[in-house]
Design a protein around this ligand. Structure first.
Ligand code: 0WK
Ligand code: 0WK
Ligand code: BGC
Ligand code: BGC
Length: 904
């Protein structure tokens, strides 16, 4: 005799079973889900269906998994999962497991997640700042890989998901938003190299251990998968060769109502109450952010129907988000006989339950999580089968890299998922490996792949100090009588013994040859009230056939221009003293005797090296016979620049050129210059630092691109330092890197055009234009379009990044060699602190938007015990040459007077 209670219990049981049955998916239903997922994968890949596809299949521009050659030190951000992590990742080549990571977890408060975009990115930057402080790395400009776990079209955020809803972000470029925030804080600088989805980061992290890993799965707060797809199937991206990782964003599956048959009313409740109703329907059935909510909705419904908690709905049960997914895992971990454990979990949620209640709650949790795992399994089965068919295989063996708290912490999720994949994709043997280190490592690996060619161009302060010490040694070698012959840094005496002292006066001609312009100047130095300088100048061509022709033709050309200038100045009848700025390495025996040691930069005229250039010029002038000139001094452009700046600042004792070429001079104690008699006072030394490294001392920091530049230069094996840093070579360096990256498919979708392959097509002025903060990317587009490579926005960002690395290296290296000169000056003066001025000129330093700031900053870090003023030479080295000529003229006058008095 079945009692009424038993009947009521049986019907209640049936009601519960019917409810739970809506979460039970049959194999057929799962196969349908798999088939529908497959259809959506294809629709997402195809150009014409992509716009309406619910599974967006976003190209990631990651063309391969790690191959063990990655190396370097990277900063990584990991945003979008449970925790916001900031990491530093050190990757060493060779042994597979040589990755060191340090990280710190930061909270992202709800009001920040759902505040304004500016607040969110300022918060992110504040955490980075705290981390860099903690790691003592605020001054190192590290490359950054940013794991940003939201759907992005290249670097534009498509839409927020999970708990995020910050305003003014969707549709905007994540890189720009982060860059702006870094600029707002103005405390440190970073190179944002890559924006990576967490699925991609996870795949890369696991592929570093298992090369078969070609799929990344996140089963955590959110749910998503990426995998390596054949390029020929990705219609949104040009090119048919090779593979590219596609971020499926399968969370959106079902947004076109194609799984309404398996969505329950509880799913619709959860979706209706979410931050993005109608969106991410598959995610809301499968991921940690929502499973707890689905359970809560079911519990509310069962309770309303009197089937649970004695029909009493508590405030707690009505509270959204109270039933976190972690409780599912805890509840499902206990077998039913441990109902008291279940009860205490429910108690902690303020839910008073009976034994039956606890068991029903456990069943509900089980049903919800089982469905989630099965759905993910069905989706995964669609992906592995697609890959198998892509490769025309009957049987596929592949590995999935996995991360996410749901997969990690839920007792059954991973098993059910694996079982479902095995059942629905029987022709695939799928291994799952858990990502131990999170996607930060993967983000660093991707940054390393992109940055592979740039890594070697980044120097820590430690390395820069080492280069400083090396250069200091080379200076001593150059100054030493016995070591000078073999020294690479020639430390050439200039016979200029002081900077202008204000007594200079006269009417001079200055020739300025060797920079980007050949300039002839008339310089009048007078003393009305105070010393004033008037200058008139004219620029003359130096055609290639002249500077590559014979020496006599070159000097004839110089003499002709001088004649033309004097004509225009109506001074052909005057024999004015001439100061000749000749910007090449010359061995002086006196001011007006200078033997060219070797041509540099664009010059290669024959029959000049080893000759006295004053004689050659005088000969050319004489040959003309239409005017006369008194060449009183040959000065290097660094010396001219120091003198020009010394005219305005008495502290100036260093002259630097960072232009077509690069070089520095400075005032050295005469007692240290073995090649010149005397110990009193000082003399200006032309270091010719361009040749630093010609003896191999810089081989460890020279890259394959530096070697290629040198091989293709007019003077292979010479001026190796100059070729790493100066304006004549910078554009070409960038071009070679772009060609290499394009060849690797890292840029322009692998497009290589004849223009891109043409030497000199990418100029240093392009580097400066592209690094302009505001219009840089537009300029990049313009310049790259002219090279025919049809650049994407990402390409422009990457090219801007390459430019930044190359120009930054130049500024850093010059800061190191200048640092060596400054410490030597300080030691020479035996003072605890150096106060000095550096006169500087050159088109690279003047034109590049960031160069000077970077140079100054690094110099101040490398030589903290100094106060260095950088004084830009407004008027070029001509004025300085005139100052030296004034001094030489006076000396000549005095000699003449002494001579004439001694014979009279
Ligand atoms: C750890 C990864 C991170 C990812 C997270 C997902 O490092 O990139 O977003 O897993 O899991 P969740 O924290 O959302 O459970
Ligand atoms: C301007 C000076 C000149 C020097 C030039 C270097 O007047 O002596 O050679 O700067 O800069 P560049 O023109 O090579 O960029
Ligand atoms: C995002 C994905 C992310 C996944 C896992 C989803 O909400 O749309 O980009 O990979 O969560 O974190
Ligand atoms: C030359 C130097 C010159 C520098 C800057 C180098 O190539 O060797 O003499 O100062 O360029 O113009």
């Amino acid at each position: 005799m079945v009692t009424a209670v038993a009947q009521r219990l049986a019907s209640q049981r049936k009601e519960i079973d019917d409810t739970l049955a809506t979460f039970t998916l049959s194999t057929t239903q799962l196969q349908e889900v798999k088939a529908k997922m497959r259809v959506e994968l294809e629709r997402g890949l195809k150009k014409d269906t992509h716009p309406t596809a619910s599974v967006k299949m976003l190209p990631t521009y990651v063309y391969r998994t790690p191959d063990g050659t990655e190396r370097g030190k990277y900063l990584a951000l990991d945003l979008g999962g449970t925790n916001f992590r900031v990491l530093v990742v050190k990757i060493r080549t060779g042994m597979r497991n040589s990755v060191r990571m340090y990280n710190k977890i930061y909270a992202i408060p709800l009001e920040i997640m759902q505040g304004t975009g500016e607040e969110l990115f300022d918060h992110i930057v504040q955490c980075i700042s705290d981390f860099l402080d903690y790691m003592g790395m605020k001054n190192t400009r590290l490359p950054l890989g940013f794991t940003f776990s939201f759907p992005c079209n290249q670097t534009d955020l498509v839409s927020w998901t999970k708990g995020f809803k910050a305003t003014d972000c969707e549709g905007y470029d994540v890189v720009d938003m982060l860059r702006e925030a870094i600029k707002r804080r103005n405390e440190f600088d970073l190179d944002i190299v890559a924006i990576v989805n967490d699925t991609v980061g996870t795949m890369m992290t696991c592929a570093y251990e298992d090369p078969k890993c070609q799929i990344g799965l996140i089963a955590g707060t959110g749910s998503n998968v990426c995998y390596m797809e054949e390029m020929k199937n990705i219609e949104l991206v040009e090119g048919d060769e090779g593979q590219m990782c596609v971020n499926t964003e399968w969370g959106g599956f079902g947004e076109n109502d194609n799984i309404e048959d398996i969505r329950t009313r509880y799913d619709r409740e959860v979706d209706g109450g979410s931050l993005n109703p109608g969106k991410q329907r598959f995610e809301k059935m499968t991921s940690g952010m929502y499973l707890g909510e689905i359970v809560r909705q079911i519990l509310i419904d069962l309770t309303k129907r009197g089937l649970l908690f004695r029909g009493r709905i508590t405030e707690r049960l009505k509270t959204k988000g109270i039933f976190e997914t972690k409780f599912l895992s805890q509840i499902e971990r206990y077998s039913s006989h441990l109902w008291h454990k279940l009860r205490s979990i429910l108690q902690s949620l303020g839910l008073d339950s009976t034994c039956d209640d606890s068991i029903i709650v456990k069943e509900v949790c089980g049903a919800v999580s089982r469905r989630a795992a099965q759905l993910c399994g069905a989706g995964m089965a669609a992906i592995v089968d697609k890959i198998r068919e892509n490769r025309g295989l009957d049987h596929l063996e592949i590995t999935v890299g996995v991360d996410g708290t749901l997969y990690k912490l839920h007792p059954h999720f991973s098993t059910i998922l694996k079982d479902t994949v095995r059942e629905l994709a029987p022709n695939c043997k799928v291994d799952f490996i858990l990502s131990e280190d999170g996607s930060g490592k993967g983000a660093a690996l991707i940054t390393a792949v992109i940055d592979k060619y740039l890594y070697a161009m980044r120097f820590s302060d430690e390395t820069l100090r080492d280069i400083m010490a090396r250069f200091r040694r080379e200076m001593e070698n150059g100054l030493g009588g016995d070591t000078n012959p073999t020294a690479t840094v020639k430390m050439l005496p200039t016979f200029v013994r002081s900077i202008p002292d204000g007594s200079e006066k006269g009417d001079f001609i200055a020739l300025d040859l060797g920079g980007s312009n050949f300039r002839i100047l008339r310089v009048k130095v007078s003393h009305e009230k105070k010393q004033t300088v008037q200058m008139e100048s004219q620029i003359y061509e130096t055609p290639e056939d002249i500077i590559h022709g014979s020496g006599s033709r070159l000097f004839d050309h110089v003499a002709e221009c001088l004649g033309d200038f004097m004509e225009k100045q109506k001074i052909k009848d005057k024999k004015l003293p001439v100061g000749f700025t000749f910007s090449f390495p010359c061995a002086h025996s006196k001011l007006d005797e200078a033997v060219l040691l070797t041509w540099t930069k664009r010059f290669k005229a024959s029959g000049v090296e080893g000759m006295d250039v004053v004689k050659l010029l005088n000969k050319a002038i004489k040959k003309r016979g239409d005017y006369d000139a008194d060449i009183m001094a040959v000065v290097n452009d660094t010396v001219g620049t120091m003198m020009t700046c010394g005219f305005d600042d008495q502290r100036c004792e260093v002259g630097i050129i960072i232009g077509t070429g690069t070089n520095a001079c400075y005032m050295e104690e005469l007692r240290h210059i073995d090649m010149v008699e005397g110990d009193e006072g000082r003399m200006c030394i032309n270091t010719e630092w361009g040749a630093f490294g010609d003896d191999g001392t810089l081989e460890d920091i020279r890259t394959e691109f530096d070697r290629e530049i040198d091989r293709g230069s007019l003077n292979p094996g010479k001026q190796l330092f100059e070729k790493m840093v100066s304006g004549m070579y910078m554009g070409e360096l960038v071009r070679l890197i772009l060609v290499k990256m394009a060849k690797e498919g890292l840029l322009f979708e692998g497009r290589i055009t004849p223009e891109l392959l043409t030497k000199g097509k990418f100029e240093t002025k392009h580097v400066s234009a592209i690094e302009k903060s505001k219009e840089g990317l537009t300029k990049a587009k313009e310049i790259l379009t002219r090279l025919g490579v049809e650049p994407s926005e990402d390409d422009c960002i990457a090219v801007q990044h390459v430019c930044a690395i190359v120009s930054f290296r130049s500024a850093n290296l010059i800061a190191a060699t200048l640092g060596a000169i400054l410490t030597r000056l300080k030691d020479n003066k035996n003072s605890p602190r150096l106060r000095t001025t550096v006169g500087i000129d050159g088109s690279l330093y003047k034109m590049h938007p960031q160069y000077s700031r970077r140079l100054h900053k690094t110099v101040r870090r490398l030589v903290p015990e100094s106060d260095v003023r950088f004084l830009l030479s407004e008027s070029g080295s001509g004025k300085g040459a005139a100052m030296v000529t004034a001094w030489a003229s006076r000396l000549a006058d005095q000699t003449r007077q002494i001579h004439s008095t001694s014979i009279s």
